[in-house]
Design a protein around this ligand. Sequence first.
Ligand code: TPP
Ligand code: MG
Length: 811
Amino acid sequence: MSEIFKENTKKEMSFEDFKNEVLEDFRIANISRQLSLLGRKEVLTGKAKFGIFGDGKELAQIAMAKSFKNGDWRSGYYRDQTFMLASGMLTPEEFFAQLYGETQLDKNPGNGGRLMNNHYASRSLNEDGSWKNLTEQKNSSADISPTAGQMPRLLGLAYASKVFRQNKELHNFANFSEKGNEVAFGTIGDSSTSEGHFWETINAAGVLKVPMAMSVWDDGWGISVPNKYQTTKSNISEVLKGFEIDENGDGYHIYKAKGWDYPELCKMYTEGVAKCRENHIPTLFHVVEMTQPQGHSTSGSHERYKTEERLKWELEYDPIKKMREWVLDMELATEDQLSSIEEESVNIVKEAKKQAWKNFITPIKKERDELVDLVKASACNCKKTERIDAIVDDLKKIIHPIRKDNVSSAKKILRHICSTCATFKPLKSQLQQWLKDTIEENHERYSSHLYSETDMQISKIPAVKPIYSDTSKMVTGREILRDNFDQLFSKYPLLLTFGEDTGFIGGVNQSMEGMQEKYGELRVSDTGIREATILGQGIGLAMRGLRPIAEIQYFDYLLYALQTMSDDLATLQYRTKGGQKAPVIIRTRGHRLEGIWHSGSPLSMVINSIRGIHVCVPRNMTKAAGLYNTLMEADEPALVIEPLNGYRLKEKMPDNLAEFKTPLGIPEILEEGTDITLVTYGSCVKIAEDAVKQLQEFGISVELIDVQTLLPFDVNHMIVESVKKTNRVIFFDEDVPGGATAFMMQKVLEEQKAYFHLDAEPRTITAKDHRPAYGTDGDYFSNPNAEDVFEIIYDIMRESEPDKRPPIYKN
Ligand SMILES: Cc1ncc(C[n+]2csc(CCOP(=O)(O)OP(=O)(O)O)c2C)c(N)n1
Ligand SMILES: [Mg+2]
């Protein structure tokens, strides 16, 4: 007995305290289990839509929570309710609020109804978007559902501690870190370790030597697929042995314990996390023999794929049952004491459920009653009254109404209100008003915060023009970027950049030349070839207050990071309803150069999958530098695609480096014209300029517009103003047909209503469906060129002036 006491307690703890702590742990385990059991019932009776629970994983999470301190971070997955409870980041009532989809932030503070249950997040930001003191609270980065999707960001959360510890200049940012003493805790299911993100992160964390405490919850299954189909040797810690720490201090501490062995788990985490925190050594905790008492989720039953024998084993090795036996064996409590804890847990959970449901349903019922009262107050004898009554009666009959029922009924009622009847007249306008207000409220509930809503949103950063003087020199584009970065590094101490070849040689295009030498390896560093975790590194760092520029060497390789961009970064503000932010700048280069993988411009792939991140497509390096300068003042993530063929072209060096700012969402008119509006961006601007000159020779006047950013897109509707003048419009880029040109067309024709001002068919000029072939000829025949632009515009103009313009290329 005394052995166990010694192994599991802090030195100063009394036996009484130890006992109480054990019983408190038993209580949390029971509360958590009751949440799982009752949570499932709430789904099966239709009050909640879907449920996924952490039953069978309770003890390891309680043990882990003991080492989780203020300032620490979690990046985990949907089994972690016990950890959240044990670390004080979740109450039983909040658990149910999330299950129901509660939209009131004070009741469901992690996500305000945007995420399904067991997806957790703490709030890092005050309402005005400013940072809270992250070292005075426990932090959970916001969960996502894709398996292993939590891994790339975990790397960044852990790496931030290294940066804060080793870069002494950052020690005064005490609201972000206490000199890098924070540990980033990761959790993942055994089967999800099959994902590439897991391996990439494990390797990178070992290389970077960061305080990452990674737990694998091993219950032997990924839904219905057992370990033998997931992991070599069916044993993740066994196959990770090559990562084990060596005499040089390289590698991981690797631990293994059974998910039902409470004292062993407590010992493992106490020892492992302490070492991880102190020495910044990544650590792996493999927790085996975990169970899933209720199966994977509410959408299936594990009886379909687990053997009788396995199911029996799971009952026997239920962690709470095992803990109970251990407590009794150790004589830490009596049977009666434990029973009363169990009973108390049932009551706590029932009460929490009742309260959460009341909170959830009351405002919805109130909305419904308002609607019903509104309609009832205005009875008349019109024929359609019956139809209206029927809708109202159906609505009243719904036991658990949701907002959809209210709005859908109101919309249907409106269709039946006769316009002539005097009694109904006020009803019509009242109902219209009710709908308008309700839809606005629901917009706030379900659609706000895709982008920042603070004073640091990009639209609030004033534009500043580059200043030139008589002595301003013409230099290559890469020098403008380099000198601008130099100024940014000295202006913003939290700024750091990393990527493949970014550090020692200063980038493949030399735009970071000399920066590592000047600002050190912590601020300008090389990484392995691992795009997903380069981005994840950026996300985690930015969530902890740093200002990373994560560099992806070529736009074509962004695909490796796209899942993380789309699922994690792009949704972060939205899925936490403004509770967390990660203003990462993703820097890359693209558009035409050479060959299939160094000339891509797959903008539609990006803009349609990363709404929530700004997409900047500068035509030259001065514009690019100005965008970086704007983004550094803002609190939003963005992708900047520098034009690959612009590094060696000459531009004038501005005097006000790091100060001039290119605004986002504001196109620039590069040529004024009267016949046709040509809308483009990036490297296509140069081709368009060539085409515009060729057309001028034939008396065709083109208004050339560079949109500069695709997201946001022309926020002031400048393009439609141009179309009002020219009555013709062309969208031009080197994405696939139906790609980003189609996006621009939809924006201008539908959103800006340019359709009403057109005298000619609107057209797109794009690349071919295939990727561009190698070499200059490959490029010329795969991508749109100036002659293509000339031809299409000439033909459009010929339609209106056939006599003046003879056919050239076809009759
Ligand atoms: C990328 C991705 N693929 C598939 C799924 C569907 N899915 C959800 S959970 C899951 C099994 C995960 O098993 P494991 O990692 O062992 O975690 P456990 O549920 O057993 O705790 C699968 C396949 C998903 N969420 N994301
Ligand atoms: Mg599993």
